[in-house]
Design a protein. Structure first.
Length: 397
């Protein structure tokens, strides 16, 4: 369903609800980080180590996992050379990470005082809040204002949104993709291409925006001028990815070195679903053996539910194409198999879920409220648990 031009903007009240929900969700994330800080403080005491502040442990969580590599790029830049058979124990493995987010952190860090970690946290707080509002704006173009509010609430509380409070690139990607998809729905193709280029310089899975352009191009009776602008948009989106490859390769003196680092250091590539299937089978054989396997199974189930709901509500073709592209990439990856944060940046399942619940499900007000509170409570619990599990290095995010 496409809403008319005059009724497709979010009210200030709706934006306020989205921002307040995002603020509440960040409290939950830092509650999870606080659990990690308490555990680490007690572990230090048991091992006879010098006691450090809990805030230090929280900063360690924020800068852990991918955050370590992004902050390494901020500090050292990209490597000038990369040895053969590079491993993730080597600092040169940072060449596997795209430059959009570390570049922005570097720029902002030169403007405001404080540590690089604090800059990354503040930046992602602003980007995350902006991304949530953009999800609401996109949903409002496709459905009712009430559905847009529900989409913002679900987006803020979704467990995968923990990544918006770490030194990760998801927040910047979400903002760029949000602008790109809104522009595509509005048929402002040049703006969509520019935003898409920023997205593909931030994360490789943003290349799924190219599928959105193809979906728009496939529509019958599209004027030739519009088709030409869609091609320009898709070209700009691809150019962001190509520029990133050139930039990393030029710094290292080796063309396409990103692909080699991905393969050698991180074991990444396409398994065409074999890795995902293996993890699911291993979980079935021993459900309590690995939190990573359990989260993979939950994520796979969430993906299939999301695909079903997107089809059920007939989500806009460009949003559907982008979302399917992101989900296919994570389902077929050799290492970065389905994770909550990859479902999160797909956006479509959350938007479709909100539209389906608000505009398609008929329930009494009391029963609707009960289900909504249960859903929010479940998401809140998952958000705290995921933040703590990843902070304790208990699973691969």
């Amino acid at each position: 369903m496409i809403v008319s031009q005059s009724t497709r903007h979010l009210s200030h009240r709706s934006i306020g609800i989205g921002l307040l929900t995002f603020a509440a969700s960040r409290v939950l994330v830092f509650l999870g980080f606080g659990i990690v800080a308490v555990a680490q403080t007690q572990e230090d005491a048991r091992n006879g180590l010098e006691r450090v502040s809990m805030s230090k442990h929280v900063r360690d969580v924020v800068s852990s996992w991918d955050g370590y590599w992004y902050l390494s790029i901020v500090e050292y830049g990209y490597p000038r050379s990369i040895p053969d058979e590079v491993t993730y124990f080597m600092l040169e493995a940072r060449a596997a990470f795209f430059p959009g987010f570390p570049f922005l952190v570097h720029v902002v860090d030169n403007i405001i005082p404080g540590s690089t970690i604090a800059t990354a946290m503040l930046l992602n707080l602003v980007l995350g809040a902006t991304g949530v509002v953009l999800v609401g704006m996109l949903t409002r173009r496709l459905a009712s204002e009430e559905a847009a509010v529900a989409a913002m609430v679900l987006c803020a509380m979704f467990p995968g949104s923990f990544s918006l409070s770490m030194a990760y690139s998801e927040a910047l990607m979400m903002v760029a993709v949000g602008f790109a998809l809104i522009a595509m729905v509005d048929e402002r193709w040049l703006l969509a291409g520019v935003a898409g280029a920023i997205a593909t310089m931030t994360r490789p899975n943003a290349i799924a925006l190219g599928l959105a352009c193809l979906a728009a191009l496939a529509v019958a009776r599209t004027p030739i001028r519009t088709r030409a602008m869609i091609v320009v948009s898709g070209t700009l989106i691809g150019a962001g990815f190509v520029f990133t490859q050139w930039y990393i390769g030029n710094r290292a003196g080796e063309p396409l070195v990103w692909f080699r680092v991905q393969r050698e250091a991180w074991g990444e590539g396409l398994s065409f679903g074999a890795s995902t299937a293996r993890l699911c089978v291993e979980w079935l054989m021993n459900p309590l053996s690995s939190p990573t396997r359990a989260l993979t199974v939950i994520s796979v189930l969430a993906i299939f539910v999301g695909l079903f709901v997107m089809k059920r509500v007939a989500l806009h073709r460009v949003v559907t194409a982008y979302s399917v592209g992101v989900l296919l990439l994570t389902m077929t990856a050799a290492t970065t198999t389905p994770r909550p944060r990859f479902i999160f940046v797909a956006l479509g399942p959350m938007i479709a879920g909100a539209i389906w619940w608000i505009d398609h499900v008929q329930l009494s007000p009391s029963r609707r409220r009960t289900v909504e509170l249960a859903a929010i409570g479940t998401c809140a619990t998952g958000l705290v648990c995921l933040s703590a599990i990843y902070g304790l290095l208990g699973a691969i995010p």
